[in-house]
Design a protein around this ligand. Sequence first.
Ligand SMILES: [Zn+2]
Length: 70
Amino acid sequence: MTATPIGVEISCDGPDEQTDCPESAAVRASFNSVTARQVRADGRDQGWTVRRRAGRLRDLCPTCRRPASA
Ligand SMILES: [Zn+2]
């Protein structure tokens, strides 16, 4: 086994496939959160969502969660 990673950074995947997140947001992980699962749980507390898109999981920050009306 390799050493346990110190932390996981989960960043926003943006409102859609071609658009980067306008906020360049990332989940602020709590001290106790080490795994991606734990950090995603922190993100949910902060309003993040995980959405399945094209067979992959995409993390969306609170800003990107709602499609911006152009
Ligand atoms: Zn975003």
